[in-house]
Design a protein around this ligand. Structure first.
Ligand code: GPW
Length: 825
């Protein structure tokens, strides 16, 4: 293409000279600065624009090919994308990290400091949002044409500060200094309605039809971010919607002299994409949240229809062009919105519209926790989305007739399967809507998918067994190995003699032939030690806490939630403390206990767990009697960037949720990829990680999901554990004694009382097994050769947990889409 070849010479050259020249040009023409007066942020922006110019060339090329080839396209709908910093990953995926580093050095710049400068887009809470980001990267790497749709939150997940041991939330103003990775598309803009009523009217053929008259309208404007793949020319698109007031409504208010009303309507409209709800798992059921969900779903479905009409043509073939993956139920309204658009705006009849819709959607479930399952009150629906409620009733009526026909006389089943929960306040069940509206439903790990079929969607699995699948999660090795851990990556490449493992992670298995190589063992340990030194330096500066890199780094980093059982970890720390104080340090190894993670601002128990960790840290770290043996540190503001510091430095990865509660987990994979060993329960993807790396290279403890369920059914009595295990009793009593709270015996009572009296996540039942397992960890760590071999084998056998594998499984079994490689322009 002639236009791109002119760009070639100026802004897309990959040589060091070209990078240097363009960096200085961008510094001058975009930032308006020269070298001597540039701030670190100016340097970062210049580097980002220099990188962006190069990826735009690939992107425009991909877009042109997809437009003309009518390629089947995956649309990933997600309310969250926890992207993490772009610059370092884009350089890796362009293959110019080393060149850029040299170019920087020749300009007298500190490359790492420039990379550090980026403020990450934190448009997600935790695992679910990060999974979406890994999937976008792997979709490009696997050459699957895809669009990610979501919300361009003005404020992402809050920044966490720790003050007096408590979490304090600071707003995340990530757009403050500009975002060089996005391209605003003012012309890609769709109206979205709310409220009002449904009315009937006669169309041009004299036919009676229904349509929605919303009470107010806003606009959604597209902001596009290109997503590069590794080792491919394919670039996909992440399209995020920003809410804006629709001009016409503003003018109306102005014309009637209502200046305040005009301004207010603008503010009200923009509120919709203002802030990410910081809740992980438990649903909060706020009206604004439903508005957000409908907002991005409506823009996205309108955009797909526009693209289809512009390229392929008739809507009858919509489900052949697009397959839409629902990332949990947050975008499940898309099922109803597509029905509305096809019926009301495009004149299809019910059977045609339903056939298209049902063949378009697929739904991923990410949790079994009942408090996380979304339902919306019918009253709220009626007020905000009256036409959609009509459509849900009609979908439900037809669906329940099908159930009645299949299971004669089983009205109890009909009640359970209904899209509307009756009895009490009537509510719309979003999970049931997602299952009824989808051709495929999947869980995110084998155990989880089995439980989805056996419990949550038992009735649905009996009706439509062929709809249910498993796709075990994965994570991208480009970010979590190549970028996060360059030393380990170099060592692997050196040892294997190639870097093909970066795109074909199963090839890490070639490391197995070197498992007893003493030279490699020494290098392996040196790489881990260097990462621990880096983390210790960072931690010292961030928290003032000193960590000894020679000690075992025992890390638990994830959202704070009772089911993840950070308190089980703390009980072990308190046990170690008491043992050392009593002179029983024979079987211990020096450990640094490191935590990271945010708590939902309204989740009192989770915030109290953070306070307890910091309180224990204060006592332990200031007790010279134990300091040769242990330290406790809380890494503030765990996010993608800080995660990248943590994973390479961990010796031990804590994956200790109550079996049956963690759908998959993905941190477990990131740690293992970086050579940490796992201490964990048989939960989520831990089960498969253990199978992959070998039971002898994994520290297993605790109840199985089945045993836990059994015990809860027959009556679980935590106080019996408390009373019969003197060490457990003494650990809990020590918390209640006020030792960690300057004499305040009440501060942690909500936590300890809950453990002793209710303990819904069976911390006390697993306490003894956990302590014993931690002793086998210590023993293993005392044998460095053995530990190193175990670490090496974890990395060698972790290939399955690349998100590339997950995407290939979705592509083959769920989406029925084949790779569509793009040739270099
Ligand atoms: F409740 N997950 C999450 F299922 O991070 F929607 N946030 C959420 O709101 C939900 C799930 C939801 C996580 C799961 O807890 C984790 O086990 C899983 O690995 C991850 O989603 C990705 O599948």
């Amino acid at each position: 293409m002639s236009s791109s070849s002119t760009h070639e010479r100026t802004r897309t050259g990959m040589s060091k000279t070209a990078l240097k020249q363009d960096f200085l040009d961008n510094l001058f023409y975009i930032q308006g600065r020269f070298r001597e007066v540039a701030t670190p942020h100016d340097l970062y922006m210049a580097a980002a624009f220099t990188t962006r110019d190069r990826l735009l060339k690939r992107w425009v090329n991909s877009a042109q090919v997809f437009k003309t080839s009518h390629a089947r396209t995956v649309c990933y709908l997600s309310a969250e994308y926890l992207l993490g910093p772009h610059l370092a990953c884009n350089l890796v995926n362009l293959g110019i990290t080393d060149t850029a580093r040299q170019a920087g050095a020749e300009l007298g710049l500190n490359f790492d400091a420039i990379v550090e400068e980026e403020e990450e887009p934190g448009l997600g809470n935790g695992g679910l949002g990060r999974l979406a980001a890994c999937f976008m990267e792997s979709l490009s790497t696997c050459q699957v044409p895809a669009i990610g749709y979501g919300i361009r939150y003005e404020f992402g997940i809050f920044d966490q500060a720790i003050e007096d041991g408590w979490q304090v939330e600071k707003t995340d103003n990530w757009l403050r200094n500009g975002n060089p990775w996005e391209i605003p598309r003012p012309k890609i803009c769709f109206p979205v309605g709310y409220g009002g009523h449904t009315e009937s009217y006669r169309d041009e053929h004299g036919q009676m039809r229904l349509r929605w008259q919303p009470a107010f309208m806003i606009n959604g404007m597209a902001y596009d971010t290109p997503i590069l793949g590794y080792g491919t020319e394919n670039v996909n698109l992440l399209r995020l919607w920003k809410a804006e007031a629709s001009e016409s409504f503003n003018f109306q208010a102005f014309n009637t002299g209502d200046y305040y009303g005009a301004v207010y309507s603008k503010i009200e409209a923009e509120t919709i994409s203002k802030v990410l709800y910081p809740n992980d798992e438990p649903e909060i059921g706020k009206e604004l949240r439903l508005k957000q969900q409908y907002f991005f779903v409506s823009c996205s479905m309108q955009d797909m229809i526009r693209l289809h009409l512009n390229t392929v043509g008739p809507l009858e073939s919509f489900a052949e062009k697009f397959v839409v993956q629902l990332n949990d139920t947050h975008p499940a309204l898309a099922v109803v919105e597509l029905m509305r658009l096809l019926l009301d705006d495009h004149g299809l009849n019910w059977e045609q519209a339903w056939d298209i819709t049902r063949h378009t959607f697929c739904y991923t479930n990410h949790t079994l926790l009942p408090e996380a399952l979304e339902t919306w009150s019918v009253a709220l629906f009626e007020r905000l989305l009256p036409r959609h409620l009509d459509l849900i009733y009609e979908i439900n009526r037809r669906f329940l007739d099908e159930v009645r026909m299949r299971f004669l006389g089983d009205e109890a089943r009909v009640w359970r399967m209904s899209l509307i929960a009756e009895g009490g306040e009537r509510r719309v069940r979003m999970a049931n809507l997602a299952v009824v509206g989808s051709q495929a439903v999947n869980g995110v790990a084998e155990l989880h998918s089995a439980l989805v079929k056996a419990t949550l969607f038992k009735d649905f699995a009996e009706l439509w067994p062929e709809r249910f699948h498993n796709v075990t999660n994965g994570v991208t090795p480009r970010r979590f190995m190549v970028v996060a851990n360059p030393r380990l990556s170099r060592l692997i490449t050196q040892t294997c003699g190639h870097d093909a493992w970066i795109r074909d992670l199963e090839r890490l298995r070639e490391l197995e032939t070197h498992q007893d190589d003493a030279g490699l063992h020494a290098d392996w340990r040196a790489v881990k030690l260097a990462a621990k030194q880096d983390l210790a330096t960072w931690m010292q500066q961030a928290t003032g806490i000193h960590l000894d890199p020679a000690s075992l780094f025992d890390v638990q980093a994830k959202r704070f939630h009772e089911y993840k059982r950070q308190h089980l970890n703390i009980l072990h720390i308190i046990r170690c403390y008491q043992r050392i104080k009593q002179g029983e340090s024979q079987n211990l190894v020096p450990r640094a206990f490191i935590f990271g993670g945010k708590a939902a601002p309204g989740y009192f128990m989770a915030k109290l767990m953070i306070k307890l960790i910091n309180a224990v840290a204060e006592v332990v770290n200031n007790d010279p009697q134990v300091n040769g043996w242990m330290r406790v540190a809380f890494l503030p503001n765990f996010n993608v960037k800080n995660g990248q510091r943590l994973y390479p430095a961990a010796d031990l990865s804590e994956q200790i949720s109550l079996a049956g509660k963690e759908a998959s987990g993905t941190g477990n994979m990131k740690f293992s990829m970086n050579g940490a060993l796992t201490i964990g329960t048989l939960d989520g993807a831990n089960v498969e990680i253990r199978e992959a790396v070998g039971a002898e290279n994994f520290f297993l403890f605790g109840l199985t999901a089945e045993a836990a369920l059994q015990q809860q059914l027959t009556g679980y009595r935590p106080w019996e554990y408390y009373q019969s295990d003197i060490e457990l009793k003494s650990d809990i009593d020590l918390i209640n004694s006020g030792l960690f709270s300057h004499g305040d015996t009440q501060l942690f009572r909500p936590l300890t009382d809950n453990l002793v009296n209710h303990d819904p996540f069976m911390v006390l039942a697993d306490y003894r097994a956990y302590l014993e397992c931690q002793q086998t960890v210590s023993a293993a760590y005392q044998d460095p050769e053995r530990w190193t071999r175990m670490s090496l084998l974890n990395v060698a056998r972790i290939g399955r947990f690349s998100s590339d594998r997950a995407i290939r499984e979705y592509a083959e079994h769920i989406w029925k889409v084949t790779p569509n490689p793009i040739e270099a322009a």
